[in-house]
Design a protein around this ligand. Structure first.
Ligand SMILES: [Zn+2]
Length: 288
């Protein structure tokens, strides 16, 4: 096995979880999950992806995402300081909650998403979302000024990472900006929990970057990294307890989540989780 980021050939066994093998590159510390022999598309056709009471999806996507609105607005302002164009494509858009935020902030925004039920739901809400894999997107080159990839890169299989980033590069126009939110293996939270970090969720999460190796990855793919910052995500209280239950399997957390569901004004309270284990990466397409 060869590291998809730095081409180093020494990877060590890192973790075995839910019958999936994790490996870590001894040079750049990139962590990947071996998904050979797995049909990943099976995991993206789940019709209950946005309304999943027991599994790994969202309980109620729109409500769960609402606390992120302020984070998204801040991010869009930052992007605007680098790129004033208004054509925006959101990768892995789900039902497109973010597209509304982008539209309300001056962008002509559309999304692309693999999950048919998520696309259907988003379209019913009047959002423009294409049902397709990004690698077969059908857009002409230079179609967008901004591409956003939130909670996206961790889902990509390592043998396709290069194809995805080069496809994104083609979609961007002159000085186009790519905005990424992904988990950071070099964060304190990740270091404290080590192999018990809650974000190790195969086969959904299979590529894990640090701030250092994502910079390397982007620079080697024809991007100039503009900034990398720690991100504290915002969640609904109900989402937090569901997430704790899924992580630790402690029934009390599920009971609290169910309680909050009944008293939705409580469950919908937005709280900021100061985990700092996500990062925002802004990068600009370089013209070669
Ligand atoms: Zn490496």
């Amino acid at each position: 096995m060869i590291c998809p980021i730095c081409s180093h050939s020494e990877l060590k066994n890192y973790l075995l979880k839910d019958n999936f093998n994790f490996f870590q590159c001894l040079n750049c510390r990139f962590i990947l999950v071996d998904v050979s022999g797995i049909n990943l598309s099976d995991y993206y056709n789940n019709p209950n992806y946005l309304h999943d009471k027991v599994g790994k999806g969202y309980v109620d996507y729109e409500a769960d995402k609402a606390p992120m609105r302020l984070v998204y607005i801040d991010l869009l302002k930052k992007v605007e300081s680098y790129q004033s164009g208004g054509r925006l494509l959101d990768l892995g858009a789900a039902s497109g909650y973010f597209l509304d935020v982008a539209s309300q902030n001056g962008y002509s925004a559309e999304g692309i998403e693999l999950n048919p039920s998520a696309v259907k739901e988003g379209r019913e809400r009047g959002r423009k979302i294409k049902l397709a894999d990004i690698l077969k997107n059908g857009y002409p080159d230079d179609s967008f000024d901004v591409v956003t990839a939130f909670d996206f890169f961790e889902h990509l299989p390592q043998d396709k990472l290069k194809d995805y980033i080069l496809t994104i590069k083609k979609l961007l126009g002159k000085n186009g900006v790519l905005a990424i939110i992904t988990v950071n293996t070099a964060s304190w939270w990740a270091k404290i929990f080590g192999r018990r970090w809650h974000t190790f969720l195969p086969p959904e999460h299979i590529s894990y970057f640090s701030d250092k190796n994502i910079r390397l990855f982007l620079e080697n793919s024809g991007f100039e990294v503009l900034e990398i910052k720690t991100l504290h995500k915002r969640f609904s209280l109900q989402y937090v307890f569901n997430f704790l239950y899924r992580w630790q399997g402690i029934f009390l957390w599920l009971s609290i989540a169910r309680f909050l569901e009944k008293y939705s004004h409580l469950g919908r309270l937005a709280i900021k989780l100061p985990l700092g284990d996500n990062m925002v990466v802004l990068a600009r397409k370089k013209y070669d």
